[in-house]
Design a protein around this ligand. Structure first.
Ligand code: DAH
Length: 344
């Protein structure tokens, strides 16, 4: 009997030692200590033993029972610890790994250029005016001295919505709208940035939708020399203090005289290079003295008031300034392009 009990103990210990999880331990416990287990069976059969043997075997059986319980408990603790350890190892945080950087956006290069130009003109006493992109033929053409049959309308192939309504082809209609608001009283000193639309086929230098910035200064005794002064300041601030400007005669129906402004090439300083097409000069904008007809139609007395106006393309300015070779880059949203304009 004694040998049998001791053998059971060895057997149980071995199984416990080999148990790899909670479930295995539980099985050993049920098998050896359960109601139908061999030890219980020994205890049950005590009646058949002699008086002398009974206490010895009983004590031994209890001792073994307790020993098995203890070893199971110890093993359970050990398994639990191993489990925690394994978990810790598998879930370690490598603090030396580089973090995931948060993607930050940046201002679109056109937005930056427009803001720079706005700031510059605000510094010269201009304020910002805006107007609708869906415009009446009257403001877009008629009131700018471009009657219905005027051939210059062809210069600005338009998206018409009805006979009288179109997508504005330039920001010049904002001149008219602003002057009308002033009801014949100067000064009017504004710039108007905004989107414009033309029926052009997109290529490296054309886009069916682009930006313009219009400028207008109307007051008593505004002269061409004022225009020249303002544009010189603009050219120097945008393209460097060494810039010279020149005004070339041109034609726009809404100005008389009309001029086009060139700046001396900022790349070669005027000697001639690929940027200025070997002329030393770069064409920047159109401008002129507001045509008396335009002043009159907008409610200003052209014998008292005079003014200058100009219109420029921020895309062209940004392309020149940053060496961008294709206008479509502004509108195709390639982050690799846009990210280059992130401010440090
Ligand atoms: N509106 C003209 C265009 O889109 C640009 C322009 C030229 C505006 C001369 C002006 C100006 O105000 O005086 O081509």
């Amino acid at each position: 009997m004694k040998e049998k009990l001791l053998a059971l103990k060895e057997e149980a210990f071995a199984l416990i030692e080999n148990a790899s999880d909670k479930k295995g331990l539980q099985d050993v416990k049920v098998k050896y200590l359960g109601k139908k287990g061999p030890i219980t069976e020994v205890l049950r059969g005590m009646g058949k033993l002699s008086k002398d043997e009974r206490p010895v075997i009983g004590a031994l059986a209890n001792e073994i029972r307790q020993a098995i319980e203890l070893v199971i408990e110890q093993k359970q603790t050990k398994l639990q610890e191993e489990l925690i350890q394994a978990q810790l190892e598998s879930e370690t945080i490598d603090v030396t790994l580089p973090g995931k950087s948060i993607k930050t956006g940046n201002a679109h290069p056109l937005t930056s250029i427009i803001e720079e130009i706005e700031d510059l003109f605000i510094g010269l006493g201009f304020s910002i005016a805006e107007g609708p992109e869906v415009e009446q033929d009257y403001y877009n053409f008629e009131a700018l001295n471009l009657p219905k049959d005027h051939p210059a309308r062809d210069m600005q192939d338009s998206f018409y919505i009805t006979n009288e309504i179109l997508l504005r082809t330039h920001t010049s209609p904002v001149q008219v709208r602003t002057m009308k608001k002033h009801q014949g009283k100067g000064p009017v000193k504004i710039i108007c940035p905004g989107k414009v639309y033309r029926r052009d086929t997109d290529d490296a230098t054309h886009s069916h939708q682009f930006m313009q910035i219009e400028g207008l200064y109307v007051d008593k005794k505004v002269r061409l020399s004022d225009l020249k002064g303002i544009l010189t300041v603009f050219a120097k601030k945008m393209f460097g203090e060494d810039r010279d400007i020149r005004l070339r005669p041109s034609f726009f129906p809404f100005t008389e005289p009309s001029v086009e402004m060139d700046i001396s090439c900022f790349k070669c300083g005027g000697h001639g290079c690929s940027v200025c097409k070997h002329t030393g000069w770069i064409e920047i904008l159109g401008s002129g003295m507001v045509h008396p007809n335009v002043l009159e139609m907008a409610g200003f007395d052209s014998t008292v008031y005079s003014g200058f106006a100009f219109g420029m393309g921020p895309e062209r300015i940004a392309m020149l300034k940053y060496g961008i070779d294709d206008i479509r880059h502004f509108y195709t949203d390639d982050v690799r392009f846009l990210e280059q304009f992130k401010r440090a």
